[in-house]
Design a protein around this ligand. Sequence first.
Ligand code: SAH
Ligand code: DHB
Ligand code: MG
Length: 221
Amino acid sequence: MNEQQWLAMDEYLCDRTQTPDAALEAALKSSADEGLPAINVAPNQGKLLQMLAQLRGARRILELGTLGGYSTIWLARALPADGTLITLEAVEHHASVARKNIERAGLSGVASVIVGDAVDTLESFVRDGIPPFDFIFLDADKKSYPAYLRLVLRLSRPGTVIVADNVIRSGRVADVGSADPDVIGVRKFFDMLAADTHVTSTAIQTVGSKGWDGFSISIVS
Ligand code: SAH
Ligand code: DHB
Ligand code: MG
């Protein structure tokens, strides 16, 4: 098996399960034109996020790590017209590209981007006692996943679904001796999930157009 085969398979799967979508394609094109890194979720993973949020019946969605808003658009489309998605982004330029992409997708009424360090924003949410979220997607810096998990659990309620992206990193996360802050962060995140009796979790490895990576899914009880 090699990456060319994974890519060919992803192309086949996306061809058979997705319809051309001008807003999503424009979001990727403007992100590339504006110099953003191509580290958005793959189309089939974006659709999975949308379907999971739909299955959950989510009315309030929280995303950490907006980039150009590609995953934001997938998730926001799972919402009813009076739903809410809040996405947190540290880099002003990313947020500004994302806002245009969200607007073009006709989702400005449900999705809003908040600029700042996600830890600071989450702490302010906890302080302000904002209503809990139904679906949470962790996809900002991986070294901070432990801090994010601690905070988003305080913004959850029984039934909240938490999906965390990039928890495999080409298998590096299995390396107990790794000095990579991202790997250390993801391993601590898994330790916290393992120790928390109020969270049911699984994690899945993926190969495809984004290489070898994967995600975890947790349900809060
Ligand atoms: N969810 C996007 C990809 C996000 S890439 C998609 O799939 O389309 C990760 C993003 O997290 C980057 O835009 C990066 O600027 C942002 N980020 C990194 N550290 C952050 C922090 N401390 N707080 C908020 N956002 C952060
Ligand atoms: C990186 C971040 C992501 O969210 C992703 O999906 C892939 C890579 C990164 O920071 O390298
Ligand atoms: Mg990611």
